[in-house]
Ligand binder design. Sequence first.
Ligand code: SF4
Length: 184
Amino acid sequence: MMSSSDCLVHICCGPCMCGVYPSLGKEKNITGFFYNPNIHPRAEYISRYMAAGFTASYFNFPMISDTAYDPESWARKILSGSTRCAACVTERLMKTAETAREKSFPSFTTTLLLSPYQDHDFIRSEGERIAAFMGIEFVYRDFRKNYAQSLRLSKEMLLYRQKYCGCVFSEAERFSPAGKTPAA
Ligand code: SF4
């Protein structure tokens, strides 16, 4: 039976959750949701999945995931979107909201709100739009102020830290000679 403080938190990666759980965990009863079909290749997906699972064990919260890693379906959806990153964020928020509603969580949010490299205002407005559409609450917090804490804590925990945002495009950009795409 869910309570009003239960919240399904989309986890993009373990290090970002290190900047979200210590504060949000004081006010919400958190269940983590790992859903990131954007990540390429599969070995990288598994590394991030395991780091997220380790974070869940470390902080002692339950974590569920969409076990069917399906980057092809993700690619079809984002390539039909107006911009790659907007479509990618929408896809993951939508799936999180659908899962939250299906499992009777009253609210959802995402660790993407921690990253200073993502389009923060878009994530907020898209989360609120989807929440209104789904009839559940989007928990908005500006977690960017916890970014330094997430770096410190994830290093202390020896967590795997990714070197690019996630998709095959960001991997190529990061490792090209002129690559400047940030890690997350
Ligand atoms: S760069 Fe990051 S946010 Fe943009 S499409 Fe790739 S994985 Fe998604």
